[in-house]
Structure formats: structure tokens, C-alpha cells
Design a protein around this ligand. Structure first.
Ligand SMILES: Cc1cc2nc3c(=O)[nH]c(=O)nc-3n(C[C@H](O)[C@H](O)[C@H](O)COP(=O)(O)OP(=O)(O)OC[C@H]3O[C@@H](n4cnc5c(N)ncnc54)[C@H](O)[C@@H]3O)c2cc1C
Length: 486
């Protein structure tokens, strides 16, 4: 089957009966529910790009296996050109959602492309798991499915950090094995895009040792979102049912986050990619390089987000007439720096890409992974800069209806600035508010702080991959010098 259209995607969501709960009620149809439908439409519009004659070649590729045109994020990149084309596609998608849908389907697609290429990692001790991975990748790429994922166990306490916090009764674990598969129970966070996905991938980035040699917590599998016993509990929706004028981002890009409960869920054997093997699970990201590929997807999302915030900041200073103030210039300079750093890391990751042992062209690890850590603090700072530039204007932003109400004339007269009509000013600040003030905007800040794990874990990860001796040896060489010329 070739790459899907938006309608195919929406039909697929409707075809699968799933248990999604929002505000105490089971959602009958995620494509029409007021809190979810616009997010579904936004994802559908990404799929529609695949059938737009002007963009088709930029976002699809011809599968060497089936000869069908498939979504480009499913490609297993073998050359630098593949990698750049794939990033071009991801940037296209990210720009069309202003970088506000971090879990657009390309995120998991690049992950599974890396895993399929490295399927021997999964099949080394259990060859059937390697074959499962290859078949699954073929299935999702040929059917153009959207995946959510849930990596972290819900924690009852913070006595130890998350990956070691394997509390029985809470953390997801295998309850028993049957001829048909593994039965699992427990609770996981935080499946972004959960209600709007076809399938859920479940694994852990790392796991503490629980028991040797076989841990019931060491799992890697993927199942349809409508699998019996699977329940998605949504947070409240940040799509407030307002117009695009009033909430330009929230009314379009609600990707939703869910807690996922597994009540004796049967995972068929053919959907199991790893089971019981803690050591293999802990090595997965490193051995398959999947983390670098998802980091590369993140650079495209981050760049799109930087471009949006920088553009809004520039328009704020033009609209308010404060562009010439030294502290405005300094703040704009900082936003430019983050934007260009992101672009530079993305391009460095491609320029220094190298083929790995699986024959996959991998983005260079350090520039790609650095962007995850950078954005944890850079994005909150970028939002702070918007607030500092906009000040009270964020709150001098009446709704669309006010323009048509009794105070419409006053609004048109008094809210205009030297360079902007009242309507343009308010429209801009409604957008700025959705980045820097609304519930939707604050969720984005939280997302960037935590989606790639907590900051301490990320710092340790970067520290572990950095070639520290290169830095220390240079200093030691200097300390060992006895000449007095620099
Ligand atoms: C908006 C959003 C979307 C997300 N989407 C997804 C998704 O799609 N899929 C997915 O799998 N995950 C997702 N995540 C979850 C993300 O992986 C977790 O939030 C992240 O791993 C951090 O876990 P936590 O929230 O339990 O924080 P915690 O582990 O509680 O960490 C919070 C803080 O406490 C510190 N801390 C905690 N315990 C200790 C300890 N014992 N000692 C010292 N310090 C400690 C941490 O260092 C950190 O600073 C998402 C998160 C957010 C916010």
C-alpha cells in the first residue's frame, strides 16, 4: 500500500475501536471529539502532503522492496543524500506545524527504520525477535502507520531515579507467558499522540537490574492502540474550541499526552522484539544508533520552533516600536544565536555522518544529541524572552468577538500602534500568547524540558558519550610544556 492520504489516516483511526478517556468520559471517535479532532486534522494534513504533486517528491520515496511510494521518514538512509532528503522532509512537516507537534509520526518512523536495519541486535539470542522487527518495520512502512510510544514507568515514589524504579504493581511487567504471547500489566507515561496513533511502541531507554538473568520488566514490543486491556487516560485538552484567531496554535496542534494503563494486555509473540534481557535492552539505543536518528528528527522540530519564536519576536519589536532599544537588540541576538546553533548542529550532524556497522548512514552523535540538552534550557529561555519583549501587550489582546462587540471602535482606535493596526497587533499577540502564556504554550515548555528524559539523565548521557580525553590531554600537554611562547 502506498503512502496514505490524510483521509486514509482518519479512516484508520476510526476503524480501530480504542479505549481513550478524557474528562471522565470514553471518547467515541477521536477524529470528531472537540478536544482531539483538530490535532487529528493537523496530522492528516501531514499525510496529505504526500499526495500534493508539488511536494510529493520532497516527502516520499520509492520503496526498493515494493516499488510503492512510501513516506520518506521510513527510509533506511544509506547515503548522506538520503539523510539530508529525510531531514528535508521532516523539516517540511515540522514547519507546517510550527514545530508544535514534537511527536509527529516521523519521530517513531526513523526509530523503527534504525531498528529494522539493526534487527540482528534483537535476534542475536532469539532469532524470531529479529525477524519480528524486520516484519514489523515492513508492516508499518508499507501501511504508513502512525505510532505513539511510552517508555517510562509511572513512579509511586522518587526514592531512586526512574529507570531503577520498578515497583511491582505499578511498573509495566510481564505477568505470564501463553502460547499466543506475553500478558503484560502496569502503567506507563507519557504517550504523546496516543489517541491519534494506530499503534503504540513500548520499551525502556534503560532499566535497572531487577533479577538475573531474566527480568519481567525488560520489554520491547508494539501493538495496535485498540488492543483489549489498553487504556489511554488523556490530560485535559488545550484545544479550547476557540477560533484560529484566538488560539492560533492550540486550535490546530493539540497532540495530547496520555497515561497508559495495561490491564492484562496480550502482546502476540510476533510483536515482541525483546523480552527479559536487561543487558540487551540497555544496549539497544547504543547498538542500533536509534537515539541519534530520533535526535536528528528533533533538530528539525527544534529549528522550526526557533524560526517561529524568532519571527514572532521580530514582529513584536516592530509592532511595539521597541526594536531599537538596546535590550531588545540583545534579546533578539540571543534568539538568533539559538536558531543558528540549532541549524549548525543539524547540518554538522549530517556533514559528519558516517555509515554504521548495519550499513546505515548515521548522523554524527555529538551535534545531534547536544541539541536535546541545549533545548531543555534554550526553549524556556526563548519563551522568557518573548515575555520580556511583549510585556503587558500579551494581555492587551482581546478575543476576535470583541472586535465585533460594542467596544470594537475603541479597540480599533486605541490598540493600534505607530506601525500596526489594532487587528494585526492583537492577532500577533494571540499567537505570542499561545507560545508564551497559554496552557498550550506552557505544555510546550514542559515538553522541551522533559520529553527527552529528565535533565540530569540527559547531562549524564552527554557526558558518557563525549570524548573527554581529547579535552584533558590538550590541557595536560600544555601543563607539560616548559617553553614560554604560547
Ligand atoms: C509534555 C511531555 C510529553 C512527553 N511525551 C512522552 C512520550 O511521548 N513518550 C514517553 O515515553 N515519554 C514522554 N514524556 C515523559 C518523559 O520521558 C518523562 O517526563 C521524563 O522521562 C522524566 O520523567 P518524570 O516526568 O517522571 O520526571 P522525574 O523522574 O520525576 O524527574 C523530575 C526531576 O526530579 C529529579 N529526580 C527524580 N528522581 C530523582 C532521584 N531519585 N534522585 C535525584 N533526582 C531525581 C530528576 O532529575 C528531574 O530533575 C513526556 C513528558 C512531557 C513533559
Amino acid at each position: 500500500m502506498p503512502a496514505r492520504t490524510g483521509q486514509d489516516y482518519l479512516d484508520g483511526l476510526r476503524a480501530q475501536d480504542r479505549e481513550v478517556w478524557l474528562r471522565g468520559e470514553r471518547v467515541a471517535d477521536v477524529t470528531t471529539h472537540p478536544g482531539l479532532r483538530n490535532g487529528a486534522r493537523a496530522i492528516a494534513s501531514l499525510y496529505d502532503m504526500q499526495h500534493d504533486p508539488a511536494r510529493r517528491d520532497d516527502v516520499t520515496y520509492v520503496s526498493p522492496g515494493s516499488g510503492e511510494r512510501l513516506g520518506l521518514s521510513f527510509i533506511i538512509p544509506r547515503t548522506r543524500d538520503d539523510l539530508e532528503r529525510r531531514r528535508g522532509m521532516m523539516l517540511n512537516w515540522a514547519r507546517s506545524t510550527c514545530g508544535m507537534m514534537g511527536r509527529s509520526p516521523d519521530f517513531m518512523n526513523v526509530n523503527f527504520a534504525a531498528w529494522a536495519a539493526a534487527s540482528e541486535h534483537f535476534g542475536e539470542k532469539r532469532p524470531e525477535f529479529g525477524a519480528n522487527m524486520r516484519r514489523y518495520y515492513e508492516y508499518i512502512s508499507e501501511n504508513d502507520l502512525a505510532l505513539t510510544h511510552s517508555l517510562i514507568n509511572l513512579q509511586r515514589s522518587r526514592t531512586v531515579s526512574g529507570m531503577f524504579n520498578l515497583e511491582e504493581g505499578t511498573a509495566l511487567h510481564a505477568v505470564r507467558e501463553t502460547d499466543a504471547g506475553i500478558v503484560v500489566s502496569g502503567a506507563r507515561i507519557l504517550a504523546t499522540l496516543g489517541p491519534l496513533s494506530d499503534e503504540i511502541a513500548v520499551y525502556s531507554p534503560r532499566l535497572g537490574r531487577y533479577s538475573e538473568p531474566h527480568s519481567p520488566f525488560a520489554l520491547n514490543f508494539a501493538i495496535p492502540c485498540g488492543t483489549p486491556g489498553l487504556k489511554f487516560l488523556c490530560r485535559e485538552s488545550f484545544d479550547l474550541g476557540k477560533s484560529h484567531f484566538d488560539h492560533p496554535l492550540g486550535s490546530r496542534f493539540e497532540e495530547m499526552d496520555c497515561v497508559v494503563f495495561f490491564d492484562d494486555v496480550l502482546v502476540p509473540w510476533e510483536r515482541v522484539f525483546l523480552y527479559g534481557d536487561v543487558e540487551r535492552l540497555n544496549r539497544t539505543a547504543e547498538a542500533t544508533h536509534s537515539s541519534v536518528h530520533t535526535a536528528h528528527q528533533g533538530t528539525a522540530k527544534n529549528l522550526a520552533k526557533c524560526e517561529l519564536v524568532l519571527g514572532v519576536a521580530l514582529l513584536i519589536t516592530e509592532t511595539l516600536g521597541n526594536a531599537h532599544l538596546p535590550h531588545s537588540e540583545e534579546r533578539i541576538g540571543e534568539l538568533i544565536m539559538y536558531t543558528e546553533l540549532m541549524r549548525a548542529c543539524m547540518r554538522a550532524a549530517e556533514a559528519d555522518a558516517a555509515r554504521d556497522e548495519w550499513g546505515v548512514m548515521c548522523p554524527a552523535q555529538l551535534p545531534a544529541e547536544t541539541t536535546r540538552n541545549l533545548f531543555m534550557t534554550a526553549y524556556p529561555r526563548m519563551v522568557e524572552i518573548l515575555q520580556l519583549l511583549g510585556s503587558s501587550s500579551f494581555l492587551i489582546a482581546p478575543g476576535e468577538a470583541d472586535f465585533h462587540g460594542p467596544l470594537g471602535g475603541h479597540i480599533e482606535q486605541y490598540l493600534a500602534t505607530d506601525t500596526s493596526s489594532a487587528r494585526d497587533r492583537v492577532k500577533l499577540f494571540r499567537l505570542a500568547w499561545d507560545i508564551a502564556g497559554s496552557a498550550f504554550g506552557n505544555r510546550q515548555v514542559l515538553y522541551e524540558r522533559f520529553f527527552a528524559s529528565d535533565p540530569l539523565t540527559r547531562a549524564r548521557a552527554l557526558g558518557a558519550m563525549y570524548p573527554k580525553s581529547e579535552a584533558t590531554e590538550r590541557v595536560l600537554a600544555f601543563l607539560g610544556r616548559d617553553d614560554d611562547v604560547m
